[in-house]
Design a protein around this ligand. Structure first.
Ligand code: NIG
Ligand code: FE
Length: 462
């Protein structure tokens, strides 16, 4: 049976002509020509990250590594993982034919779950290189925002961009993420701030999810900034989002999460509570951009509302950290943003020591953090945040999957989960941060299909 992607019913409503090139190839590969049967054996280290829920505190350091490991993936789903000898015996017992399975000999290589990038803003029009130059000269992100630049700049360009243009740039960005080992990515709207553009961004994500190898998890971030037409009328804008846009998003099943930029001079705690409570009533799961620049109580609010994750958290209070730990909110840290904004990093060490589940993500966006680099995130987390290599791996796999409420589907090498794996060029996971700022990923397997191979020149198209 071919491996199929989810939400096809939704994506089908959105018609972007499928042209020659990558789009056709992705669709064909996933739907027709790939069977999702794969055996990987002799791995020097099989780093399973085993588990079906977020790892909290000390649990994050345990990667459940199997030496001389093997994995069987059948029709896209992991069937078994263990030592090569045991797995081969088990395979023979099933009477299955080797010829129906692709085989990868991972001798001298480490195998891990595919990375999950649980916080990105990957669909947008235009770029803001000029603003980056201003920041290099000393202007702050908030100063630029207050004089009419920042997010609203990208809003202008995204409103003007066609769905087709957003698709094409989206594909390139997903390709780049895939090449660094990402197999699931979250993407947010929030560069429309009006009905048509917010819906357009979400529809583009649905279509990307359908045609690209990566799974794209859509988040509605309509309250990302106050648009020009609502200047000084934040409350009215929140009402508009809650009453007019949210119901359309949920009726059309266009998002799994609702997020908000809860920040001084953007949206207050009260406004955030109002919008997120409405979103929850309509069946969406919650995320917050919380305590990024000012300590506002966003972490506490995330715990109060039962959010799946709270993200950024550079200024999270001790109480907020405690509340997240008790409520099981995944604390998602975005070190490349702090680095890019020259702000102090979130206190990931304290969060892990306080028994929080910590995830790491890129925050890829055109303003505060124009990078999709997983190697950069690793470098910053391990060298500058006092997070161990093992903890960083948990944070980019099982805990990142938990930040998307998908820890039961991906983020670890366990039977029953999607066959989403990476093979490194090196024998141990310790090479990931060691090869500073450079991807160590040699192969990517998505639902049992080899979709990226450095040795074969990159992404495998038909
Ligand atoms: O996560 N903080 C708010 N939103 C984004 C920035 C978006 C932008 O600058 O375009 C973030 O950093
Ligand atoms: Fe963000």
């Amino acid at each position: 049976m071919p491996v199929r992607k989810r939400r096809s019913q939704r994506a089908a409503q959105f018609v972007i002509p499928v042209k020659a090139g990558n789009q056709t190839c992705f669709a064909k590969k996933m739907g027709k020509t790939m069977n999702g049967n794969m055996i990987i054996k002799n791995a020097a280290e099989l780093v399973t990250c085993s588990g079906f829920t977020a790892k909290k505190g000390k649990e994050m350091a345990d990667l459940h590594v199997i030496e001389d490991g093997a994995v069987i993936i059948k029709e896209g789903v992991i069937e078994a993982a263990g030592r090569t000898g045991d797995i081969e015996k088990q395979f023979k017992k099933t009477g299955a034919e080797y010829s129906d399975f692709d085989m990868i000999d991972a001798r001298g290589k480490a195998v891990l779950p595919g990375f999950v990038d649980s916080h990105t803003h990957l669909v947008f029009g235009g770029y803001r290189a000029e603003e980056f130059s201003w920041r290099l000269r000393g202007d702050s992100y908030m100063q630029i925002m207050q004089r009419g630049g920042g997010i609203v700049n990208t809003v202008k360009a995204t409103r003007q961009a066609s769905a087709e243009e957003l698709m094409q740039s989206g594909i390139k960005r997903l390709d780049s993420m895939l090449s660094m080992g990402v197999t699931t990515v979250e993407g947010k709207s929030g560069y429309g701030l009006d009905r048509d553009t917010e819906i357009k961004q979400l529809e583009v994500m649905a279509h990307l999810d359908q045609i690209h190898y990566l799974d794209v998890v859509p988040t509605f971030l309509g309250a990302h900034a106050v648009p020009q037409e609502y200047k000084g009328k934040q409350d009215a804008f929140i009402d508009f989002m809650a009453a007019d846009i949210l119901p359309q998003v949920t009726d059309q099943n266009l998002a799994e999460f609702c997020d908000i930029f809860c920040e001084k001079s953007v949206f207050s705690i009260e406004q955030s509570r109002r919008l997120l409570t409405r979103a929850k009533d309509l069946g969406l799961k919650l995320k917050l951009h919380a305590d990024e620049i000012v300590q506002l109580g966003g972490a506490e609010l995330a715990a109060e509302l039962g959010a799946v994750s709270a993200d950024h958290l550079l200024q999270a209070s001790d109480q907020g950290i405690k509340d997240m730990s008790v409520a099981g909110v995944v604390a998602t840290l975005l070190p490349a943003t702090a680095f890019s904004l020259k702000e102090p990093y979130a206190n990931g060490r304290k969060m892990i020591d306080s028994n929080c589940a910590v995830a790491l993500a890129t925050d890829f966006n055109p303003g505060s953090c124009f990078t999709e680099s997983i190697p950069l995130v690793f470098a910053l987390a391990t060298l500058h945040m006092n997070i161990s290599t093992e903890e960083a791996i948990s944070a980019l796999t099982i805990n990142a999957a938990a930040a998307l409420d998908r820890a039961d589907q991906t983020g670890s090498i366990d039977a029953g989960k999607k066959g989403d794996l990476i093979v490194l060029e090196f024998p141990s996971y310790t090479y990931i941060p060691y090869h500073l700022g450079v991807s160590t990923v040699e192969k990517v397997i998505k639902q049992g299909n080899l979709v990226f191979d450095k040795e074969k020149g990159g992404i495998i198209h038909c």
